[in-house]
Design a binder for this molecule. Structure first.
Ligand code: NI
Length: 168
């Protein structure tokens, strides 16, 4: 296992469209080592989520987890989501602060739909189909955006909400 280098804003890998992963590659475990490295990397940097393009691998897979300390107290264990597709179920937008390992030291308010349906595959190639709301939906949307070359700053409406998260 290895902690991977995280691509920072300005890297072209963050701005491209990532490629679909073949189900048979998942079933044969061909990406197992990479998934372990993603797990280790997210833990090392205390990330809530990590998308493969953030570690310079343009594939459609994200990893995320939701801890109890986040709003709502919902807990989602570390979850891999491969080839995610998202359907908005409730387009009502909430605004909340987001940050990103690829955009260090910054946070900003981002509007996101409140409720989504997520379809995709798990890391073994089994279908996933679930509904995510509130902070869980926000995390899935943020990470899935990375697969299409979008970072949260692109979605900021209230630009005055962009702030540093550290004191210089
Ligand atoms: Ni991010």
């Amino acid at each position: 296992m290895a902690v991977l280098k995280v691509a920072k804003l300005g890297a072209s890998v963050l701005r491209g469209r990532a490629s679909e992963i073949e189900t048979h590659d998942l079933k044969k475990g061909r990406l197992r080592g990479f998934f372990e490295d993603m797990t280790e990397t997210m833990a090392e940097y205390n990330g809530t989520g990590l998308a493969a393009p953030q570690v310079a691998t343009p594939l459609r897979v994200v990893l995320y987890e939701v801890h109890a300390q986040h709003r709502g107290g919902l807990v989602v264990p570390p979850t891999f989501l491969v080839n995610p597709s998202i359907e908005v179920l409730d387009a009502t937008e909430d605004e909340d602060l987001e940050a990103c390992l690829s955009v260090p030291f910054l946070a900003a308010k981002v509007p996101r739909p409140r409720k989504i349906r997520v379809r995709g595959l798990d890391l073994r190639g089994k279908p996933l189909d679930f509904v995510a709301e509130d902070f869980h939906a926000r995390v899935v949307l943020h990470e899935s955006d990375h697969l299409d070359g979008v970072v949260y700053l692109d979605r900021v409406r209230d630009r005055a909400s962009i702030r540093y998260t550290i004191d210089f």
